[in-house]
Design a protein around this ligand. Structure first.
Ligand code: AMP
Ligand code: ZN
Length: 699
């Protein structure tokens, strides 16, 4: 799309505009340059995956454009980078007619099938050799894009193949789709392009994590995620899901009255190249032109073996006759073109029977229904149980015990139930009844409004206690090796370990005669436990298992304090000021630190030698208290003496035993006695009130 010279040009323009942006501001006269610069960087970022500008600088330029357009509304163009931003909040999806029907593909599963396809192609064309273009079969949701006079005017889903839903607003959120492209210069007035909308594996996993953090069921696979996103009513929400598009087919071209179509369009490979040149993300690097079917087979097999290494899901390869003229000659059935075939990779779906349900209680008390399955291999992994997340999920999918179910494992994603195969029901399947009481401690389950999960709210519920300990020692938390899940369960039953502080008072002597514990393993366990005492604060925060506090939030929290118990003093509002902490998270943190038992447990941990300090912060602290010495005398108006002393220590200060030249601050209350008199004689000591003391701490 941009050659070296053009790249340099836009780079220069970028620098100049940034300079102006920071100085006198960007003038309305430069609106075209500004748009050009933004388009160039969108392309570098989204299509090439190789940004040349920081997000921050991009935003600065983008905002300048928004400002100029606001001041000069008549200059707004339909393909301005600002026009991706959805202005209307909700919309329906009108049904639209496709210019050319969107067909399916015929399938093939092995080399034999591909050789058959090759034979048929030769028969139909009357040639002795046919050239193919082979490319990945992207596993997403197909889309049709229409450009008229260089502008993207319509995007539609496949629908039934003849008609689809118009989803232009949502598709405009996808940065790999150019809002305009220079087709006219190629003699093309109108063009319909087909492609696949997808969400890459990382973004998919992140999105699922996000859903689960909110107690919602994750989506089964990236394909459903992409399709669902296209149909979201709120385009700003759609923008957050970070969809991508690969375009792989030109289905219609309307030539301008003068001029002829570019020669590149005479082959499929050529049209992929042309689309790439015009700024689209086509599989121009992924494709391969093959002159024999053996070559095709080899390429397909090669791709299957690297399937898991790709950033997005593909479920096979597509083999297309390369010459468009030959494609036309071969034609199509009502179902699929005769000039193309899909080579399907080994299925990652399987059917099996749902034989029962187990209700598991997690560390937050959430009760999760887990489907027990007749063990089956899916994409090389044996699966015998799958989480069904919550009651709604079961009701929505109408899952019943005894059902045959379709399950899927998309890449490295945890297997999911796609649906029950209702046609196979015999009438003996049983409804899944959600328990009203905790399967472990038998206390009544509760469900909060707007929540999907039932919870056991008995803090002492053994299931929760055990899960909390398991989480506490886990690899990303305190990382206490040797104290794995199985051991914790065993120790809990044997009453050797009943709560988190119990880890640090563990009676190793009791282990000595137990089966499976040699001297060496006991030693290792001791070392691991002792070692965990100095884990950084963010790990400890994560280990506490506060609801909604994942590793990232734990880091944010750790960076905000010098001592873990500082959170006792944090209001919800203060918590909300932290990065990425929303009302739900803030509420949960506040709740946790308002609970006496939690505070007591944390204090116990500190007494047992765990570090509750944010070491990093201390080192960089320029604070007024850090490294200074304090002494208290008299009755302070609000603070208890011990609390005040603790505050000093928490901030890295030292509390002295008596007045001496080493003392920096004497904090005085009512009835201050001899200490005050003594301090007055040493003029380096500053004598302050409680209020002044508190100010010092704040600063
Ligand atoms: P199927 O839905 O299995 O019949 O396969 C046809 C679908 O494969 C098309 O509707 C496209 O959405 C999708 N597809 C993915 N990648 C490609 C590709 N490179 N060429 C053609 N179709 C593709
Ligand atoms: Zn319980």
């Amino acid at each position: 799309m941009y050659n070296k010279k053009e790249t340099l040009y836009w780079q220069n323009q970028t620098q100049e505009l940034l300079k102006k942006q920071q100085g006198v501001g960007i003038d309305v006269k430069e609106i075209d340059a500004l748009r050009g610069v933004l388009r160039f960087h969108e392309y570098r970022y989204y299509v090439l995956n190789d940004p040349l500008l920081s997000d921050y600088q991009y935003d600065l330029l983008f905002k300048s454009l928004e400002k100029i357009e606001l001041q000069h509304p008549s200059l707004v163009t339909l393909d301005s980078p600002t026009q991706r931003v959805a202005k209307d909040l909700t919309r329906d999806f009108p049904t639209v007619q496709h210019l050319v029907p969107m067909l399916s593909l015929d399938n093939s599963y092995n080399a034999e099938d591909l050789r058959d396809f090759d034979r048929r192609a030769k028969e139909l064309t009357g040639l002795s050799a046919v050239t193919y273009c082979v490319e990945p079969k992207f596993d997403g949701s197909s889309i049709s894009l229409i450009y008229k006079n260089d502008l993207l005017v319509r995007a539609a889903t496949r629908g039934d193949g003849l008609q689809g839903d118009e989803v232009t607003t949502n598709v405009k959120q996808i940065r790999t789709v150019p809002l305009s492209a220079a087709f006219a210069a190629q003699g093309i007035e109108e063009i319909e392009i087909r492609g696949e909308v997808l969400i890459n594996k990382d973004n998919f996993n992140q999105f699922n994590e996000h859903l689960q953090q909110q107690g919602l069921a994750p989506l089964a696979n990236p394909r459903n995620a992409a399709a669902g996103t296209l149909r979201l009513k709120d385009p700003t929400e759609a923008a957050k899901r970070k969809l991508e598009v690969f375009v792989y087919h030109i289905s219609y071209t309307g030539a301008a009255t003068h001029g002829s179509l570019p020669p590149a369009l005479q082959t499929h490979a050529g049209s992929l190249e042309l689309l790439w040149e015009l700024g689209f993300r086509s599989p121009h690097l992924e494709k391969k032109v093959c002159i024999t079917i053996d070559e095709v087979i080899e390429y397909c097999e090669q791709y299957e073996s690297m399937r898991d290494d790709l950033p997005y899901e593909i479920d096979g390869m597509v083999i297309k006759v390369n010459e468009i003229g030959l494609q036309e000659k071969m034609g199509m059935t009502s179902h699929h073109p005769r000039w193309a075939v899909a080579f399907k990779f080994k299925a990652r779906q399987a059917t099996t029977q749902l034989t029962g349900v187990e209700f598991q209680v997690g560390r937050t008390g959430a009760v999760t229904p887990v489907a027990k399955l007749t063990p089956v291999a899916v994409g090389g992994v044996m699966v015998s149980s799958i989480s069904m997340h919550n009651e709604e999920y079961i009701v929505e999918k109408d899952l019943r015990i005894g059902d045959m179910v379709l399950i899927e494992r998309a890449g490295d994603v945890i297997p999911q139930i796609v649906k029950p195969l209702t046609d196979l029901r015999k009438g003996k399947e049983k409804k899944i009844v959600f328990p009203t009481h905790c399967p472990v401690c038998e206390s009544r389950l509760f469900k909060e409004e707007e929540e999907a999960v039932w919870r056991c709210i008995n803090i002492e519920c053994p299931a929760q206690v055990v899960e909390r300990i398991i989480h506490f020692v886990s690899k990303d938390a305190m990382d206490i090796r040797g104290l794995g899940e199985a051991n914790i369960r065993k120790f809990y039953e044997q009453q050797l370990l009943r709560d988190i502080p119990g880890i640090y008072t563990f009676d190793f002597a009791a282990l000595e005669n137990k089966e499976g514990f040699g001297k060496k393993s006991i030693e290792n366990l001791q070392t691991a436990i002792a070692g965990s005492k100095t884990q950084p604060l963010h790990r400890l925060i994560y280990a506490l298992g506060i609801r909604f506090v994942g590793e990232t939030t734990a880091r944010t929290l750790a960076a905000a304090v010098e001592h873990l118990l500082d959170f006792e003093k944090f209001s919800t509002e203060q918590l909300l000021e932290l990065e990425d902490v929303g009302p739900k998270v803030a509420g949960s943190i506040h709740h946790f630190f308002s609970n006496k038992e939690n505070i007591e447990m944390i204090r116990t941990l500190e007494k047992l030698g765990l570090s509750l300090r944010n070491e990093k912060k201390e080192n960089t602290a320029s604070g007024n208290v850090n490294g200074k010495t304090f002494l208290f005398t008299g009755t302070l108006p609000t603070l208890k003496r011990s609390a005040a002393e603790e505050m000093v220590r928490n901030e890295g200060g030292v509390v002295l035993g008596g007045v001496s030249a080493k003392l920096d601050y004497l904090v005085t209350g009512e009835d201050a006695g001899s200490k005050l008199e003594k301090a007055k004689k040493i003029n380096t000591i500053r004598i302050i009130s409680e209020a002044e003391f508190l100010k010092l701490l704040e600063a």
